[in-house]
Ligand binder design. Structure first.
Ligand code: IMP
Length: 427
């Protein structure tokens, strides 16, 4: 059986958590492969409503193994809190495993994320300040400390002492902030290590063995393709690889195993943090969409910018990831709009562009070319079959399908599991 990747196709917050939760009933392992607790996946089910930052969204199924892969940066304090809150709600977390190779988010990463953002002033990136960027910097600089090192306190202390010396030189020398204490971090992280120990293991063999036995593995993306450090709107991106390539390196799964790549698009894109968004909705309509859908960051509470569907960016994401199917979420949010705009091309410097530009300064100057389509002005929240959707809503979905160049297999019309229209099986 194959591996299936669920990829955010926009700037994150597309509703991947719901899609993963919906599919998890059929799979034996769900793996988070990138990002950290900058993500916030909202899942609503019989246990309650959860905002998962690190634990894979499939955790609610007792037959399923949840894996935090090597590509994730792990803040152990946040992870322990999340495990504890799941346990309190009656969710079994004994089948959650964390890769030895995952990089730890340390207190200096969180501190530096904030200090760096402040020093950027007007040019800030709008990071979540969770330490994610600085942790990936250290991973690439070979200064990262890995989850597995918590299991060997003497070596951990040695490594921490080395790294902290450098970090404190930056913290106090450049930012004039108080240096961090080696002993405090060491003690705290050792106690985190003891509590996490039952969950820490080599996770790649778990996945390889499951795939070898014909079981299905689901690769759960965090953030979105337009935030990818290589392919996103650089430098206004996160520091990891949410696009499909990151699923292989971040989980330890060969691309040969991935047979389905499902792109999750929201019916209207949103963006939180800085960086251009060519199809930003102007004025009151944006407020209406934001309030109706409660578009505020699940991690930071910041208001998200809301946009019209961007066909240029969608085609780019679809080609880059090789989507085999699209899951379209939050169609119901548009139920109240009499007219809906869809972007088919950009205009820049007298030219019509159909390709998503790599240059941020070009993207900042792009003006969208819209086609306006009629809305359906009726509630879709209770619709369960494709044929029952209003014709205008079906036409809108078909337009998205044409722009993405790939079939829309699933349409979500609300947060609950059952508020899902399946046009064709995803797996
Ligand atoms: P960082 O990942 O915290 O470094 O933030 C970099 C950019 O990515 C900022 O614009 C964040 O708002 C954005 N970002 C990071 N994680 C998410 C997410 O899960 N959803 C939406 N935006 C995100």
């Amino acid at each position: 059986m194959p591996a299936v990747a669920i990829i955010g196709a926009q700037w994150g917050d597309e509703g991947k958590g719901k899609v993963v939760d919906y599919l998890a009933a059929k799979v034996s392992i769900v793996v988070r492969y990138s990002g950290g607790n900058n993500a916030g996946h909202t899942v609503i089910n019989q246990y309650g409503e959860f905002r998962l930052h690190l634990v894979p969204s499939g955790i609610f199924y007792p037959q399923m193994t949840g894996v935090i892969g090597n590509g994730v940066v792990v803040d152990p304090e946040v992870l322990l809190e999340e495990i504890e809150s799941l346990r309190r709600a009656g969710v079994d977390t004994s089948h959650l495993y964390i890769s030895q190779r995952a990089t730890l988010i340390m207190p200096y990463h969180r501190l530096l994320d904030g200090l760096e953002e402040e020093s950027r002033g007007e040019g800030s990136l709008g990071t979540t300040r969770k330490g994610v960027g600085p942790a990936y910097v250290d991973k690439a600089a070979r200064l990262g400390i890995r989850v597995g090192e918590l299991l060997d306190p003497p070596t951990f202390r040695q490594r921490l002492a080395q790294v902290l010396e450098q970090k404190n030189a930056i913290i106090s020398g450049i930012y004039h902030a108080p240096a961090l204490s080696l002993n405090e971090i060491y003690e705290t992280y050792c106690s985190f290590g003891e509590r996490l120990a039952p969950h820490i293991c080599y996770t790649e063999p778990l996945l390889q063995e499951a795939l070898g036995k014909g079981r299905m593995v689901l690769l759960e993306g965090a953030q979105g393709t337009l935030l990818d450090v290589d392919f996103g709107t650089y430098p206004y991106v996160t520091s990891s690889s949410p696009a499909v390539g990151g699923a292989c390196t971040g989980a330890g799964v060969s691309p040969a195993h991935i047979t389905s790549i499902i792109g999750v698009f929201k019916a209207y894109p949103t963006r939180v943090g800085q960086g251009p968004m060519p199809t930003l909705i102007e004025g009151e309509i944006q407020d209406l969409v934001r309030e109706r859908a409660h578009e505020y960051g699940a991690t930071t509470g910041r208001p998200r910018r809301c946009g019209w569907f961007d066909g240029v960016a969608a085609a780019y994401a679809a080609r880059l990831n090789g989507f085999t199917a699209v899951a379209l979420t939050r169609l119901d949010v548009l139920d109240v709009l009499p007219r809906i705009k869809v972007c088919r091309a950009y205009h820049y410097d007298g030219q019509r562009l159909e390709e998503f530009p790599a240059s941020i300064s070009v993207l900042e100057q792009c003006r969208p070319e819209y086609e306006e389509v009629p809305g359906w002005l009726t509630s879709t929240a209770e619709v369960r079959r494709w044929e029952e959707l209003p014709p205008q809503a079906r036409a809108y979905v078909e337009q998205i399908e044409e722009l993405a160049g790939c079939p829309v297999a699933l349409v979500s019309v609300g947060p609950r599991r059952e508020q899902t229209i399946v046009r064709r099986p995803l797996l």
